[in-house]
Structures are given as C-alpha cells and as structure tokens.
Design a binder for this molecule. Structure first.
Ligand code: PLP
Length: 389
C-alpha cells in the first residue's frame, strides 16, 4: 500500500486529531451506532451488560451514560435505563418483570395509556390485571394473590390527583414478595423520595420537567437493586430501546434548572389553586397541597413540594358545553396534553370514560401552570370563568 491514501479514503480515515484538554460546561454529544474497539480481544471481552464500556450505540454512549448517571443520582438510585418515551418506560417495566400467568395491579387513576397497556396485557398476553382504588393503602393486601408480581403506583394520579399511601402499599407488597413500581413523573424525583418510601422501581417521563421544553420525548427507569436492574437491562436490550443523543443532550442541558423551574411552577400553581378554591364556579380543587384533594394527608407526610399540575371540579350546575367554553376562552393557557414546560396548559377530561368508579357530578378540568406570571394567568382564568355564564 502506498504511503499516500487516495482522497476517497482520506475522507473517511483522517490523521487529524483535535488537541486534548478541552473542558466545557456541557456534556458532549457522541453520535454512534458503531462503536470502535481497539482490537479483537477488546471486542470479544466487552459485554453490553457491563456499563463500564461501550459496545454499540444502542446501548451506550458517553452522552447517554451521563444522563442515566445523573437521573439515578437525582432519585437517589443506582441504575438507570433510558427509553424513547415515558410510555415506553412504563411498557419496559411490564415486559421486564411480567410473564404469562402473572398478576398485575394498576391504580384506577393511572396515566391512561398505562391502563390501556394493562388491558392489552390482560387480553393478549395471559397476564391477569386488576385496577385498584388508588386510596386503598394497606387494603391492597386483600388484592394480592399468589401470582401477583408487580403493583404499579402513581403519586398523585395525574388527572384526578389522589395521593396514595405509598409506604402502606409497599409494606403490604413486600410482605408477599411483590414488587412496587411508581410513575414518579409528577414529582420529577424532586418532591417525592420514592426509594426512601419503599418503592422498588421508579419510572419517569423525562418529557415533562426534565426536558422542560415541551420538545423532547423520553423516559427512564431507575432502580437501586442490581438484580432488578439486570432484568430491566435485558428487556431493554431484547426490545431494542434506544434514545437520540441530541434528545439526551437537551435533557442534560435542562437538568441544571429543573429544581428552580419546579419550585416556580409550584409557587404559581399553589397561588392559582388557592384563588380557584375561593371561586363560586369551582366545587373542589384537586391539588395535593389543598385539603379538598384525596390523600392530602399522605402528601403532607411524604412530599416536599408539588409542581405545576392540578385539577378542579366545576360546580355541577355547569354543563360540559360551558366548561368547554371556559377552556376555549383562555388565551395564555393552550389546550394540549403533557406538562412541565414553560407554557400553561388546560385540558377538560371526561372522567366517566376513563375511570371505573367516578362519583363527581361536575366537570373536571386540569391545569398545568407554566412559567408565565401567576397574576396574568389568574386574569386569564377570571375572564374565562365569565364566559361560562
Ligand atoms: C406524560 C406522562 C407519561 C408518558 O410520557 P410520554 O413521554 O408522553 O410517553 C407517563 N406518565 C405520566 C404520569 C405522564 O404524565
């Protein structure tokens, strides 16, 4: 071979090396499907299961490792896997821990796609699924069967906002050797220390506060126990989960401000929730920090904050048409799913369609309080309420 490579080869194999010693505030974005090994021995000895090295872009890059490590730190866990959405993180937990013949318990107020996933597992995958009253607490013991493998919790339920008694559920589950997973998205890992309260598996929709930009979809599953992590890593690998490193970078970039944003959402949401509590149009304010909210006592005992998401029940004299008009009249609040971004959002829900036992007569409307000035948001809500008459 001649010393001089052809131009075509030079375009692919360059001798140039950038100087070392570069240090920036942000994590580098490492794009990779293929990861290069120094030699065959290194290729043969490195295993994807060991998170100490790199084998293939799907499993690890320095960018995704850094995000996983930082998310585990935030939750005070040890291990983390990333998935392409919050929903895929929920599904990953189910596939990692359930097999046909097992029994799964899901709270009746769970994030609706998780409920629908449960219904699908039950219909097509031979897994028995029961939906339980989220306020069941220690009473969950009566629902645990010999084949119960996993109990999902969500604290609070992200539409109807009941705050479950997580320590009581975990205690009853652990007495029978059952795993407890939490959808901890509402608290962002900030306001609820899930592992300290007995949880085995923490799931996060990073799409919400961790992203903070309403522009990234991503999920995470965090554990402390290496064996649970091994189950997750295996399912993660078999199912081919991967995330974009650009998206991982965006989440990493937002983490530095997450608590400041969360606290700002929290302060504004509480101000607005208290104001709504005094309005004649509103029957109940379902905000965990207010006594109207089922499980308010659990929130006071176990949580250190609240974030920007809460719901209200309108007085039963207002028909759906009127509460829809309220939502349509808002100008600063956009109509849209999700939360955790800078924009305030508002969504009316037809609760009878998504809950087994829903007793409220009035319409439920959910608010995500963004980062706008709280008084401007209050003025917007006030003019919207006037449009209902
Ligand atoms: C948004 C959300 C999810 C799903 O996250 P996606 O990234 O949108 O799939 C799951 N659980 C809760 C509580 C959520 O709010």
């Amino acid at each position: 071979m001649s010393e001089r490579k052809s131009l075509q080869t030079t375009l692919i194999h360059s001798d140039y090396r950038a100087p070392g010693g570069f240090a920036a505030m942000q994590t580098a974005i490492h794009y990779a499907s293929t990861v290069a090994f120094d030699n065959v021995a290194a290729m043969r000895s490195r295993q994807w299961q060991q998170k100490t090295g790199y084998t293939y872009g799907l499993h690890s890059t320095p960018t995704t490792f850094t995000l996983e490590g930082r998310l585990a730190e935030i939750e005070d866990g040890k291990h983390c896997v990333l998935t392409s959405s919050g929903l895929s993180a929920l599904a990953l937990v189910n596939f990692a821990f359930l097999k046909s013949g097992d029994h799964l318990l899901i709270p009746d107020n769970a994030y609706n796609p998780n409920r629908e996933l449960g219904a699908w597992l039950s219909r097509d995958f031979g897994i028995a699924v029961d939906f339980y009253d989220p306020m069941i607490g220690a009473g969950i013991a009566a629902l645990i069967q010999t084949n119960t493998r996993l109990i999902w919790t969500e604290a609070p339920g992200s539409i109807s906002m009941e705050v479950p008694d997580i320590p009581a559920i975990c205690e009853a589950a652990h007495q029978r050797g059952v795993l407890v997973a939490i959808d901890n998205t509402w608290s962002a890992g900030i306001a609820f220390r899930a592992f300290e309260h007995g949880i085995d598996i923490v799931m996060q929709a990073l799409t919400k506060y961790q992203s903070g930009g309403s522009d990234v979809l991503m999920g995470a599953v965090i554990t402390r126990d290496p064996q649970l992590n091994q189950h997750l890593e295996t399912a993660h690998m078999r199912l081919g989960h991967g995330v974009s490193v650009d998206d991982a970078y965006l989440v990493l970039r937002s983490l530095a401000t997450m608590k400041l944003r969360f606290d700002a959402h929290d302060a504004a949401a509480r101000k607005i929730a208290h104001w709504l509590k005094g309005r004649p149009e509103i029957a109940r304010v379902l905000h965990p920090a207010l006594p109207d909210c089922p499980g308010h006592e659990n929130w006071k005992r176990d949580f250190s904050g609240a974030g920007g998401l809460f719901s209200v029940i309108f007085d039963a004299r207002y028909a759906e048409q009127q509460t829809d008009r309220f939502v349509d009249s808002l100008t600063l609040f956009k109509i849209g799913y999700s939360w955790g971004g800078a924009n305030s959002l508002c969504v009316p829900y037809r609760m009878q369609a998504i809950r087994n036992a829903w007793q409220e007569k009035g319409m439920l409307v959910r608010f995500n309080i963004g980062l706008e000035d709280a008084d401007d948001l209050l003025a917007d809500i006030e003019q919207g309420l006037r449009q209902m008459e």
